[in-house]
Design a protein around this ligand. Structure first.
Ligand SMILES: NC(=O)c1ccc[n+]([C@@H]2O[C@H](COP(=O)([O-])OP(=O)(O)OC[C@H]3O[C@@H](n4cnc5c(N)ncnc54)[C@H](O)[C@@H]3O)[C@@H](O)[C@H]2O)c1
Length: 246
């Protein structure tokens, strides 16, 4: 088991990539805090995973709200005795072309996808510093690295995640904490279901592997970066996109 007895907080884990990560981490022996804004789905998913025999607990959080994040981290540390791994996976889209993008939608995406990553990382950090060991993994996106039409807000936040990741990798490396990001391409989740089929067809044609990604493809990348196998990986952005951008 690659994460035996490690305590992992995964945000946005009621669906998609976070849910796949929760299952993968639990299978590898982690005690998983499955966290999400959506209480109903989160509880349901945690129950399903517990029924499969895994050590998983649901915690509600709004990553955009600092008080909510502080409470989450305190509760997890109280129950499990610390926090070893943080996966900053929660994210939203509010797509619009620049001409039509509202200030509210611009700000909301930054609040969740950027400030949320800052809140969770700052709140979890003291527990990692205390142990002298930690793993921080944040979810960027191909959009953040290369830009994407209709995603001013999303691309800005995901690019900022890369900047924060590299900064924290420099600040925390000597403290035993590795900080990395994953940049998924187009992965089959609810987020991508919103994209019209004809556009998805066009996207498929540009992916050298000839298919969209599966949530497990990203969960495996998170697992690598959370495990001891990535001990010498720090400040990197792992592209998991089928080679869509080279
Ligand atoms: N699916 C893709 O193709 C793709 C590509 C690149 C990057 N990503 C990124 O991967 C991450 C996961 O995406 P996904 O496709 O699994 O999305 P998803 O929409 O399937 O799941 C996201 C989860 O985050 C939760 N969430 C939303 N706002 C929250 C908040 N304020 N606090 C806590 N939880 C909140 C939602 O309830 C949901 O369960 C996101 O950061 C996304 O931007 C996804």
């Amino acid at each position: 088991m690659r994460l035996k007895d490690k305590v992992a907080i995964i945000t946005g884990a009621a669906n998609g990539l976070g849910l796949a990560a929760a299952r993968t981490f639990a299978r590898e022996g982690a005690k998983v805090a499955l966290t999400d804004f959506n209480v109903e789905q989160g509880r349901h998913r945690a129950n399903e995973l517990r029924d499969e025999g895994y050590e998983v607990t649901f915690f509600q959080v709004n990553v955009a709200d600092r008080a909510s994040v502080d409470k989450l981290v305190e509760d997890v540390a109280k129950i499990y005795g610390g926090v070893d791994i943080l996966v900053n996976n929660a994210g939203i889209t509010r797509d619009a072309m620049l001409k039509k993008l509202s200030v509210e939608d611009f700000q909301r995406v930054l609040d969740v996808n950027l400030t949320g990553v800052f809140h969770c990382t700052q709140a979890a950090l003291p527990y990692m510093l205390e142990k002298g060991w930690g793993r921080i993994i944040s979810t960027s996106s191909v959009s953040g690295v290369y830009g994407n039409v209709g995603q001013t807000n999303y691309a800005a936040a995901k690019a900022a995640v890369v900047g924060m990741t590299k900064t924290w990798a420099k600040e925390l490396g000597r403290k035993g904490i590795n900080v990395n990001a994953v940049a998924p391409g187009f992965i089959e989740t609810a987020m991508v279901e919103k994209v019209p089929e004809n556009i998805l067809d066009g996207i498929r044609k540009t992916i050298p592997l000839g298919r969209l990604g599966k949530p497990e493809d990203i969960a495996n990348a998170y697992l690598f970066l959370a495990s001891e196998e990535s001990n010498y990986v720090n400040g990197t952005v792992l592209h998991v996109d089928g080679g869509i951008m080279m």
